[in-house]
Design a protein around this ligand. Sequence first.
Ligand SMILES: [Zn+2]
Ligand SMILES: [Zn+2]
Length: 142
Amino acid sequence: MPNLEHLTKILRDRGYRITAQREIILGAIASSDDHMSAEEIYAKVQARTSTIDIATIYRTLEMLVEEGLACKTNLGTGEFMYATFQHGSHIHLICRKCGAVIDADHSALAKLEDSLLADYGFRPDLQHISLFGLCAKHAQKG
Ligand SMILES: [Zn+2]
Ligand SMILES: [Zn+2]
């Protein structure tokens, strides 16, 4: 099922009303499998209609995050980046010195997930996260 239909179906099933505005915003995020900031989604939506303001974009994105249909990640760019889960599971390793970004396999987090669930009954959203640290080049220098 295409991502947009998938998202709208789940939201309708959960009792959300899919207004024309929401559908345009959902379409903008669903048609990309890369991360986008709210500003980028706003720019994309503006190309179709000028009746949607940035606050509506934020509200819709927060709704997706709350419902577990999108993730919100800090990639060190100063604003949150949003992506639906077709973006895939991975860890972004971001060097705090040079800003290099390495995509790492998210299976490294399986143990953390299990132990947080066992110890705290907490189910962390680890499908798409970023970790800040030092890349191989900068870690060597200490
Ligand atoms: Zn570095
Ligand atoms: Zn990513």
